[in-house]
Design a protein around this ligand. Structure first.
Ligand code: NAP
Ligand code: COA
Length: 270
C-alpha cells in the first residue's frame, strides 16, 4: 500500500465512467483507502464486474446506469447516493468520449456527442454534486480528468481538445468561486496509460515501444498511478491545493503533442 488504508475512511466518492479503464483504476484505489464508491455510466456490463471487485476489497459500492449528457439520470444517481450513503464528498469526472476524425469531415453529431459527454457531462455532474455539497456545508473535492489536448495541439481530435479545454477553464473558475464553500476543484492530465481504450483509439497501430518512446521517462503510465494521484488530491494532504492541473505523464506534456498521425480512413460525407 502506498497510502494508509484509512486515508479516506468515511468519505463517499462518485466516479463517472468508473467501470472501465482509468475510471475503474481510480475507483479501486479510492476504495483501497476506505472510501465508499458510487460508479455510474451507460453500460451495466461495464459497471457490475468493477463493483464486485471493489466489494471484494471489503469496501461498499453501488453502481447505476447514467448518461452524463442526460441530466435527470445524473440527478437520479446523486439522489440515490445521498439516500444510501448520506452524502458525496468526492466527485471524479472521468467519463469521456473520443475518436480521431479530420475536422472538415466531423459531423455535427460527432462534435455534439464528444462535447456533450466531456464538457456538458462535467457541468451536469459537478452542478448536481456541488449543490449538495454546498447545502450540506462540509466542503468537498472535485477532480476532473482531462488530457494535454486542452492546451497542446495534435490533429484529428479537435472536438475532445476543445471540450477538455472547457473542462480545464471550469476547473479554475469553480476553484475560485467555490473556495468559500470549502470545495476544492482540481484536474489530472494523464499521459498515455497502458491497456486503456483511450490509447487504443488515439494511437491505433502504434506499438507500446512507440508510445513509450514519446515519454521522457521512457514508459507508459499505469492505471493505478492515476488512482494514486486522485487519492492524494482527494485527501487532506492536498487541503491547500485547488484550481491546479496535475500532469501524471512522465513529462510527456513538456514535449508538445506533435506526434505523427495519419488521417483515419473514413469516407467524407457527400
Ligand atoms: P474508457 O475506458 O473508454 O473510459 C471512458 C468511460 O466513460 C467508460 O467507462 C464509459 O462507460 C464512460 N462513458 C462514456 N460515455 C459516457 C456517457 N455518455 N455517460 C456516462 N459514462 C460514459 O477510456 P479511458 O482511456 O480509461 O479514459 C478515461 C478518462 O481518461 C477520459 O476522461 C480520458 O479523456 C482520460 N485520459 C485517458 C488517457 C489514456 O491514456 N487512456 C490519457 C489522457 C486522458 P460506458 O461505455 O459504460 O458509458
Ligand atoms: N469518426 C467519425 N465520426 C464518428 C466516429 C468516428 N470514428 N465515431 C462516431 N462518429 C460520429 C457518428 O457517425 C455520429 O454522427 P452522425 O449521426 O452524423 O453519423 C456521432 O459521432 C455520434 O455517434 P454515436 O455512435 O451515436 O455516439 P454515442 O453518443 O452513442 O457514442 C462515442 C459516443 C461516439 C464517443 C463513442 O465512441 C463512445 O461511446 N465512446 C466512449 C469510449 C471512449 O471514447 N473512450 C475513450 C475515452 S478518451
Amino acid at each position: 500500500m502506498i497510502f494508509r488504508d484509512d486515508a479516506l475512511k468515511g468519505k463517499v466518492a462518485f466516479v463517472t465512467g468508473g467501470g472501465t479503464g482509468i475510471g475503474r483504476g481510480i475507483a479501486l484505489e479510492l476504495s483501497r483507502v476506505g472510501a465508499k464508491l458510487i460508479i455510474a455510466s451507460r453500460s451495466l456490463e461495464h459497471l457490475e464486474p468493477t463493483a464486485r471487485e471493489i466489494e471484494a476489497l471489503g469496501a461498499e459500492c453501488f453502481y447505476m446506469q447514467m448518461d452524463v449528457r442526460v441530466r435527470p439520470t445524473v440527478d437520479h444517481v446523486v439522489e440515490e447516493a445521498i439516500q444510501r450513503f448520506g452524502g458525496i464528498d468526492i466527485l471524479v469526472n472521468n467519463a469521456a468520449g473520443n475518436f480521431l476524425v479530420p475536422f472538415e469531415d466531423m459531423s455535427e453529431n460527432a462534435w455534439r456527442s464528444v462535447v456533450g459527454i466531456d464538457l456538458d457531462g462535467t457541468f451536469h455532474c459537478t452542478q448536481a454534486v456541488g449543490r449538495h455539497m454546498i447545502a450540506r456545508g462540509g466542503g468537498g473535492s472535485v477532480i476532473n480528468i482531462v488530457f494535454s489536448g486542452a492546451w497542446q495541439a495534435a490533429p484529428y481530435d479537435a472536438h475532445a481538445a476543445a471540450a477538455k479545454a472547457g473542462v480545464l477553464a471550469l476547473t479554475r473558475s469553480l476553484a475560485v468561486e467555490w473556495s468559500r464553500h470549502g470545495i476544492r476543484v482540481n484536474a489530472i492530465s494523464p499521459g498515455p496509460i497502458r491497456g486503456t481504450e483511450g490509447v487504443r483509439r488515439l494511437s491505433a497501430g502504434a506499438t507500446e515501444a512507440d508510445r513509450a518512446g514519446g515519454v521522457p521517462l521512457g514508459r507508459m503510465g499505469e492505471i493505478e498511478e492515476i488512482g494514486w494521484a486522485c487519492v492524494f488530491l482527494a485527501s487532506d494532504a492536498a487541503a491547500f491545493i485547488t484550481g491546479e492541473c496535475l500532469s501524471v505523464d512522465g513529462a510527456r506534456n513538456q514535449l508538445g503533442r506533435s506526434i505523427l498521425r495519419t488521417p483515419p480512413q473514413r469516407p467524407r460525407p457527400e
